[in-house]
Unconditional design. Structure first.
Length: 322
């Protein structure tokens, strides 16, 4: 049964149109910012003040702990990362901004232009997008992983899932991101297992139920190496046993800038997003700022890039979206 509702969300004085379809909240926005660190919050400050309907999506950044920041302009007696982020958040929340405190699972091109962001409970449709997701996650330590990249090892279900129709595949990861990658793979194959590399799964009840219903096992063993003659056909586990497979999807940790770049088709340099002086990426309407663009990984740089990305996003919204 299709559950459909329509309502308007009032966030800090601004109306966001929203529908609910089968439990997923649909949000329409002009600029979506992924990341609540210095780059994302700085960008939001500018877009919201320019009257652009802004939605910020993300979780607390790593710096929001008890780390002392001694080199940020205006705080001679030092400030903790937590205090700095709290102050930035307070400043942005006073403006007309919507905050979605959830992990982003996928970002795709929208069917009618723009971009579509999915979290566990929301679908956010946006005309412009600022990626401010910090540095990308690290790869799992699996020997010969790099040798099989593009030869049975993939980092992107929406790019490569099609090539694994009715194949036996493994998803490596412990989080909601891995669970979502497995769920997306179900449209191509039912023969999927998730390996958590020895970690406790950090997957919500609703996703656990989806996986259980589809018969996708979650195995807490560690994969130590990949084997195959040209393409991967076997994984070795730390208990000495081996498991046959025809494909391996890496979805370790949280979805990162590198994952979003792959699914959107953005130009990258290694795991960093390529940008120009205006923080424009290779795709119109998508901008990137902060650590996810590489360079000097510092708060001052992230804040500056966030402001520039916002300026470009504001221009895009005014010229293209309205
Ligand atoms: C321990 C530590 C100490 C540091 N000390 C200093 C210092 O003293 N001075 C200094 O200048 N710099 C310091 N840095 C570096 C500084 O923290 C970074 O350069 C800065 O935070 C980069 O900002 P950012 O907004 O680009 O990324 P981040 O601050 O990393 O923020 C990224 C945001 O994206 C979100 N995100 C990522 N993926 C997802 C997803 N899939 N779904 C939802 N949200 C997502 C995160 O939750 C976070 O909110 C330190 C860093 C660390 C880790």
């Amino acid at each position: 049964m299709l559950l459909l509702g329509f309502y308007q969300l009032l966030f800090h004085g601004r109306i966001f149109n929203s529908t609910t379809i089968q439990g997923l909240n649909m949000i329409d926005t002009e600029t979506a910012i992924i990341g609540m660190g210095p780059a994302g919050l700085s960008a939001a400050l500018y877009t919201a003040r320019a009257g652009i309907k802004t939605t910020v999506i993300g979780c607390s950044p790593k710096i929001a702990g008890d780390y002392t920041i001694d080199n940020y302009f205006g705080f001679p007696g030092s400030i903790t990362g937590r205090e700095l982020i709290e102050k930035g958040m307070e400043q942005v929340k006073a403006l007309q901004t919507m905050f979605v405190d959830e992990r982003v699972l996928t970002v795709h091109h929208g069917e009618n232009g723009g971009y579509e962001i999915k979290t566990e409970n929301q679908v956010i449709k946006t005309c412009s997008l600022i990626l401010a997701t910090g540095v990308s996650r690290t790869k799992p330590k699996i020997s010969s992983l790099e040798n099989f990249e593009g030869k049975g090892v993939s980092y992107c279900v929406s790019c490569d899932g099609f090539f694994y129709r009715n194949r036996k595949v493994i998803v490596i990861g412990e989080s909601l991101f891995a669970a979502n990658q497995a769920v997306e793979l179900l449209q191509f194959t039912r023969n999927i297992s998730i390996y958590t590399q020895g970690k406790e799964p950090d997957i919500s009840q609703s996703f656990l139920e989806k996986l259980q219903e589809a018969g996708v096992p979650i195995i807490k063993k560690k994969i130590t190496s990949l084997e195959g003659d040209g393409v991967v056909n076997n994984v070795k586990l730390d208990d000495g046993s081996s498991v046959e497979t025809e494909g391996v999807f890496i979805a370790f940790g949280e979805a990162s800038a590198a994952d979003f770049a792959l699914s959107l088709g953005l130009a990258t340099s290694g795991s960093f997003i390529t940008i120009d002086r205006d923080q424009k990426t290779s795709i119109p309407g998508i901008f990137a700022a902060g650590d996810c663009t590489g360079g000097f990984l510092q708060i001052a740089v992230a804040v500056g890039e966030g402001a520039t990305a916002a300026k470009s996003a504001i221009q895009h919204v005014r010229n293209i979206c309205r």
